[in-house]
Write a protein that binds this ligand. Structure first.
Ligand code: IPE
Ligand code: IPE
Ligand code: MG
Length: 248
């Protein structure tokens, strides 16, 4: 690692790191338009940012990183853009998986995955299988993901278990419910970052972000840097979290 990069990483107090960081990678389209490019060029540039941020997460030994790649609402976009995103997605997995594996990353795809093409589903499965025994950063890619959809799927699964007599309705508690979510077994989101200026959640990790610290920046995702990521982590370290109590 270069000296300046090591210095950058050292700006963060390792004892005050969030366990789970979630990122709404927004602003690819606006960034592209601003530079006179097609929206697709914005998405391509966004993938480069993702690579740098994942590397930073690896170097910091974050426990979990979840990124919003495609929402259940993003199908509303023009067919050509959706198609481009699907290709980009598939290319990204193939190109990056060996390096992720070498970095001890565990990958997981969260969302309604059965609506992807069989080819992409197979690529996802292969990547998960390749990295299943790794022990480093848990890297969740939210794809065809919606927080409401996830909660509905969890509810359906529990309703089936009740109907089959496997559990009783009264037994359902926070822990049992969380075991049905796509992020089963992972810590809740500590820090939620959204780029590009909009101050909303857009159906991301609704359950998991119940007590997340929120961090917004006007920087568009293609221009988001490890430096700014570190700024967010340092800011997180200075927050006073109370979880409804009187002090942290
Ligand atoms: C985020 O960038 C990436 C996806 C939603 C796939 P956008 O495409 O939403 O970019 P803006 O918000 O239109 O600028
Ligand atoms: C959220 O961004 C989804 C992703 C970043 C993948 P959107 O651009 O879809 O959200 P809205 O439409 O601005 O709320
Ligand atoms: Mg957007």
């Amino acid at each position: 690692m270069k000296n300046s990069y090591t210095e950058l990483l050292n700006r963060v107090d390792k004892n005050k790191l969030p366990r789970h960081v979630a990122i709404i990678m927004d602003g690819n389209g606006r960034w592209a338009s601003f530079h006179g490019l097609l929206r697709s060029a914005g998405h391509t540039a966004g993938v480069k940012t993702l690579k740098k941020i994942l590397t930073t997460a690896v170097n910091l030994k974050l426990e979990a990183l979840t990124v919003y790649a495609f929402s259940t609402e993003n199908w509303k976009r023009p067919h050509a853009e959706v198609d481009f995103l699907m290709h980009l997605f598939s290319e990204y997995i193939e190109r990056e998986k060996m390096e992720m594996h070498a970095n001890n990353v565990r990958i997981k795809f969260i969302g309604r995955l059965n609506e992807f093409s069989p080819g992409i589903q197979a690529q996802m499965k292969d990547a998960v299988e390749l990295m299943k025994n790794n022990s480093g950063v848990m890297f969740n890619i939210a794809a065809n993901y919606g927080g409401q959809d996830e909660i509905i799927r969890a509810t359906q699964s529990l309703a089936k278990k009740v109907a089959e007599g496997k559990i009783s309705a009264n037994e359902i508690d926070k822990k049992i419910f969380e075991n049905e979510l796509d992020t089963e077994g992972q810590p809740p989101v500590d820090l939620l970052i959204r780029t590009s200026g909009d101050l909303r959640i857009s159906n991301f990790l609704l359950w998991q972000s119940a007590y997340a610290e929120l961090w917004f920046t006007k920087t568009a995702w293609p221009e988001f840097t490890p430096e700014e990521f570190i700024d967010a982590l340092v800011d997180f370290g200075n927050r006073d979290r109370k979880f409804g109590g009187l002090n942290s």
